[in-house]
Structure formats: structure tokens, C-alpha cells
Design a binder for this molecule. Sequence first.
Ligand code: TMP
Ligand code: ZN
Length: 421
Amino acid sequence: MNTENVRPVTRCRVCGARDWQEVVSFGEVPLANAFLEPAASYEHEPAYPLGVVSCRSCRLMSVTHVVDPEVLYRTYSYVTSDSETITRHMEFVASVCRERGRLAPGDLVVELGSNTGQQLAAFARDGARVLGVDPALNLAAVANERGIRTLPEFFDPSCAEAVRDEHGPARLILGRHVFAHIDDLTGVLAGVRALLAPDGVFAIEVPYAVDLLEKHAFDTIYHEHLSYFLVRTLDTLFTRHGLRLFDVERLAIHGGSLLVLVGRPEARHPVTDIVGELIAAEERADLGSDIGYEEFVRGVRGVREDLPALVRTLVAEGSRVAGYGASAKGTTILNICGLGPTEVSYCTDTTVLKQDKVLPGTHIPVRSPDHARADPPDVYLMLAWNYADEILRKEADFLRGGGRFILPFPKPTIVSADSVR
Ligand code: TMP
Ligand code: ZN
């Protein structure tokens, strides 16, 4: 086993308990975004243990092993996509935050994990002062070039104080799909308390554990995603750190996520009914006890058996199968299901950074959409299923020409032109 740059989780990062329920375990899996040059030697490709446990005290779902963030994030190949779905979603997030945070022109908006600055640009267009904080040196450089000032740092209390000294307090601190990647929640939340204006809002977007469980979407489980949150767990977390969760919204983005709004208790943001309703629904689904996770375990086992069997049957019948979207989810499901280049000829992806590389672990080549259109498969395995609606619309011609898609969750299903209508 690779023991460098990785450590097993012992204490719960939310409540400190050490009593874990084992939920699933996938063996050793390479890092989901560690794309390789095609000419590279694959002999020493690192792989790390991957699995999920659930804290019997606060019901945080956590990965079993934490990989050093310096390894994961200093050079990062995940670039926020400029898909329709994401662009529309970012406008939506900006509008919710503007309204609920009562933002006025000139207010400071700080985004953690700001990637190439696309979300902050939506706030800047509206007159906010914006500042990104992102440890990926390659991405911070891109953001700075487009005029979104970005510090190439991990956010912690000293970073927060430096920002506050230079720019004043933040009316909004935002973290879209970064919060679940953070191991030291104590340090980050101390930073948030140091930087947030007295009546400011801290907004986070995280994958919702309930969606993961209901959809059996185990491809969301990879080393970058340390935490899978229930609302009850987030509520516990913020209370422990002197903050208050006051509103939450369920979103379809990334396979099912939560937009969570948090403030200082003194600011007395009214707590919306939906917070209590979601916590009650989690309780009714037995997610406070071990039995609530059993159906997920069965569902994962089903997909792990049925998906490779379906793909192999199609290939045996003479169909050519390719992957749609070389997403981190996609590299994960292929590795976990043991599907390689014999079954999946290539993966098509719009991200230039990924094109002409090969996927971690499986070494399936990544091709541009132009290449894929010139040499289409018979069947696409929908790896970026979180954009399924958009992709099925975009690929109407492929479907009309007799092409099919496999949707992997909650159980593998084939979609053709007839079923899309
Ligand atoms: P994400 O789920 O992490 O945003 O990754 C989605 C991946 O899918 C990303 O690498 C871009 C790719 N993609 C396409 O190749 N074509 C598309 O139409 C869409 C929506 C995404
Ligand atoms: Zn816990």
C-alpha cells in the first residue's frame, strides 16, 4: 500500500468521536483528477485506499483516508466547466447570495476554492469587490489574468486576517464545492469567523449525502471528497464553531447538492422551516442509525456488478463503447468497476487540459468532442451524468442516428432516441 502522503481517518472532523460504521470500501484507487501523459510509464502510478465510513455520533460520512492537500491541489486539472448548466447555476447562486446576504455594490465577496474565477465574475458584474483564494497555482494564475484577483493560498486564520487587514470584513464568504474537500474544518471556520462582517453570510455548496445514498452514486466518492454531509451534521458543525446554519436549499447541481447559508448567531438571521424539515426527513430515513445505510450498500453492489456486465455484453455483441465526460466521477466509476480501454475505447471531454491525456488507473485516452464526432461510438457511457439533460439535448443527432447512452445510476439503464422524448 502507498503510505506516503496519506493518512487514515481516526477522529471525526466534525465531532471528534472515533466510533465509525464501515459503509463501503473500494480497495486502492488512483486520484480521480491525476490524468497522465500518454507516453508516461504507468508503473509507479500511486493509488490510495478509498472507502466511506459514517460517524455513529454526528453521522458525518467521511472517506477512510486523507491524501495530503499539497499533493491534490497545488496543480489542479479540474477547471470549472463553462457548460450551460454551470453558467446558469452560478447566476442562480449569485442571486440567492445577493438577496439573502443583502449585498450592496462595493461590498466584499471572498470565494474559497475560486478556481478560474468564473463564479466571482458573476458578482463582479454586479459591482461587488471580489477576491478569490485558491491553492491551485495554475488556476489562480488564470483567474488573475482574467482580472479576478486571486490569492494562491489555502484559506486559514492567518490568510483570513491578512485579507481583512487589506480589504476589510467580507459581507459574503462563499465556498462552492470546496467545503467537502477540507480536512481542517476548525482552521477554515476560525478563518471565516475572523473575516466575516458582523451580519455577513457564509455560503457553502456541498454534495448532499441523501442524494448520494438515494442514487447509489458512489462515483462521488473519491479522495478529494472528504465529507458527505447531512443537514443535521452541518448544523452540529456550525454550532460547535460559534456559527449558525439558518437556511438551506436542495439543488440538482452535481447530482444533488445543498446550498447552505450560515451567519453569526448574534446577527439573528431567521432560521427557515426547511432546515428542520430536512433534518426530520433524514431522521425518518433512519440515517441516524446503521440501518439507514444498508440499502445504499446493496445499491452500490448492484451497480458494481451490473454496469461492467452490461458494457461487456454490448462490446461482445460488437458495439463500440466510449465514455462521455472525463469527469472525476467518471474516472472513479471506471476504476471501481474495473473497466479499461478494452471495453471503453476513449472518453470525450471538452476540457482542453484533459484532452490527449489518459485517465488515471484505466489509461483510457481522452479525446476532444471534434474527434469524438468524427469517430463516434455506438454507445456512450454517461460519465458526466450530472449534466445528463444538457448532454442528451446536445447529442440529439447521435441519438437520432441510433446512438445510445448508458446512465449508470441508481441502476444502469440504456437510453435511446425513443426514451428521451
Ligand atoms: P464535473 O462534473 O466535475 O463538472 O465534470 C464534468 C466533466 O464533463 C468535465 O470534465 C467537462 C465534461 N463535459 C463534457 O465533456 N461535455 C459536456 O457537455 C459537459 C456538460 C461536460
Ligand atoms: Zn462525528
